[in-house]
Design a protein around this ligand. Sequence first.
Ligand SMILES: Nc1ncnc2c1ncn2[C@@H]1O[C@H](COP(=O)(O)OP(=O)(O)O)[C@@H](O)[C@H]1O
Ligand SMILES: O=C(OP(=O)(O)O)[C@H](O)COP(=O)(O)O
Length: 403
Amino acid sequence: MSTFNTLDDLESGQRVLVRLDLNSPVEDGEVRDNRRFDRHATTVRELMEAGHRVVCMAHQGRPGDDDFVSLRQHADILAEHVGRDVGFVDSTYGESAVEAIESLSDGEALLLENTRMTDDELPEESPEEKAETEFVKTLSPLFDAYVNDAYSAAHRSHASLVGFPLELPAYAGRVMESEYEANTAIASREFDGQVTMVVGGTKATDVIDVMNNLGGKVDQFLLGGIAGELFLRAAGHDVGYDVGGMDLFDDQWEANHETIESLLEERGDQITLASDLAYEDENDERAEIAVDEIDEKDRGYLDIGSETVSEYDPVIRDSEAVFVKGALGLFEDERFSEGTVGVLEAIAETDCFSVVGGGDTSRAIEMYGLSEDDFGHVSIAGGAYIRALTGEPLVGVEVLSRD
Ligand SMILES: Nc1ncnc2c1ncn2[C@@H]1O[C@H](COP(=O)(O)OP(=O)(O)O)[C@@H](O)[C@H]1O
Ligand SMILES: O=C(OP(=O)(O)O)[C@H](O)COP(=O)(O)O
């Protein structure tokens, strides 16, 4: 168990710098509400009600991606969940940010601009190096305490996550505390029966790394999403290529194909790939094709097919524990939700121990009317939770636990 301090240890009336993870789906420039706002609102509300001056930091997307946008909309969505005003300043540590921080009153909150819009936030460096950045050196003197609530980003060694705890007394927020406890318990839990992991989503590099380290703990991997297509590509099928302006496959293929190939060679019997895939036909409708019949690389696929769903279903029902990381298709579009929803329904209907992770994936639970009570734990973390599954420490948690 960790030795970090929590909000219970925080003295009243402090100037508190809080790192949240509000990284959200963005559709046509519009930020979609999701349970990260709702969960983090608990921490922010508690701090405001305790009379602290609360300054929040968060990131959105990665530079160069379509979802790399300002946090202006996030401030409004967060305010709705907190039930109080949350101000916004379009600077992370520039003059206007410093002014806004200094003019805050007790019990008020403010959100700073996307941390990834500063050069100091990325790339990954040691906590000691991050603590020396201008970003950390400028903001630290304005605060009495630092609170990290961003469990779901705690696997990244970025300035806002690992630099400040070296400069300020550091505490875990309520989300950090509860996710850490649930996900650490997963690593030490022993299961007698079959353990299955459903792997999908867009961050194939994250999940493939972890699959490589999870062999001993997981009996069956069921694949979909981008990782699933990359495995099909390695197995000789004409899928998993960037077509029509997509930018999801080719770079991740370059980075991971050797690992994928050796996983298929050494542990192929533990890895089940889709036997059919769904795509959008010329009438904008869902159409399906068996992977064995695909002989052109010119089409994008957006979900696993119905045949695959019916093959994955009994594997889930026979499992004692099921872990989900990443959606099996573009579930935000109802036509391509069948894979993700089918798998989640099978889990909800059985009494296996289950964890559903991923900021985006967990959103499918409420979008399609499933009940969170039917799952063991719904994590708002994706990459951080699967690392916890392997027992790998998270740098953002480790640095909070330092004396
Ligand atoms: N075949 C696909 N094509 C495009 N997007 C996909 C596909 N399969 C899954 N996705 C997308 O993956 C997203 C989840 O990806 P990721 O960020 O890796 O997982 P999480 O947020 O659950 O950690 C979902 O929003 C879903 O739309
Ligand atoms: O959404 C996140 O990760 P996740 O999709 O693995 O849950 C975190 O905000 C980390 O984002 P990043 O993977 O761009 O560093």
